[in-house]
Ligand binder design. Sequence first.
Ligand code: SF4
Length: 374
Amino acid sequence: MAASSFVIDVDYEQPAAEAGAACDTRHAWARVPPEPSQDERSALKERIRRLLRERNAVMVSHFYVHPDLQDLAEETGGIVSDSLEMARFGRDHAAQTLVVSGVRFMGETAKILSPEKRVLMPDLDANCSLDLGCPVDEFSAFCDRHPDRTVVVYANTSAAVKARADWLVTSSCALDVVSALHAQGRKILWAPDRHLGDYIQRQTGADMASWNGACIVHDEFKALELELLKKAHPAAKVLVHPESPADVIALADAVGSTSAILGAAQRMDASEFIVATDTGMLHKLRTLNPGKIFIEAPTAGNGATCKSCAHCPWMAMNGLVELANALETGAGEIHVDPALGLRARVPINRMLAFTAGLKNGQAPGRLVAGIGAA
Ligand code: SF4
């Protein structure tokens, strides 16, 4: 059990209060671009290739966006990856313009790490329920009530929330970072995903005060229906993202970030997999594993409804037309207040240094001690 918790009610179904305000799920679904015809698709891709060259730009796409935006990123020398690698790639690439297909916090992170670069997104209203559910004022008040805790926040947060944190993590390094902090006797304040926080707490035994946010995609996976699906596919291995509820995680053969899920599918000796993460991930899984079968994990029982139905509406707002327009006109440019960005860069850089150190074989405890002044 987490040591304490703070609950905030968030209604994602309320219309945005003003033009340009964060987009709720209904409005996000209404703004998902229509599928282009084959001819339109080819013309748009050609236009984007040309604009990327002319603008000295590179594409950085997340695994959950439309397959067109994933394929085009790779074809043109960009990257398709999880949010950790997106951040690293954007920072290290020589291009002066980054075109981030994903959700707003990903564009903000790119801008914070590369303030001298121009960062464009197909749609600036593409948000995330975790970000929307963690407003900075309430979050700061939560931090103020727990001054003895090391503040660890997930990447899916605003620049202002990151600026209040000691450490930033993504799902691919959260367990290692918290584990290392716990080994040093630190108490943790965790935000915003409650399922990932609970998972880390169960794995590490750390003392964690947790925020109560959730990802609307992973929160909807259902254990009972998953058990039934497993019975229908007894040889299938179950791959689960840790933003899912605990009873779904309990049924997993492998739990991890999008990159970890990809690795498990390639590594595991099975020909069939049930996948509990956004269905956007299936494109990469199928491309890299042509002989294997991937089945969507269920999100709702008989007669039930789902908000996301295993696909993030904000990720779905990214389209070829919007991306081409952003490149053409400069619309969809991300701006982050420079002073805020400077503060937010501290926890992001700690994460990047920590994960780079891990890759080089350094011990997590020494890394935390060396990097984490907080
Ligand atoms: S899939 Fe979930 S965590 Fe990812 S952007 Fe959408 S709402 Fe946020």
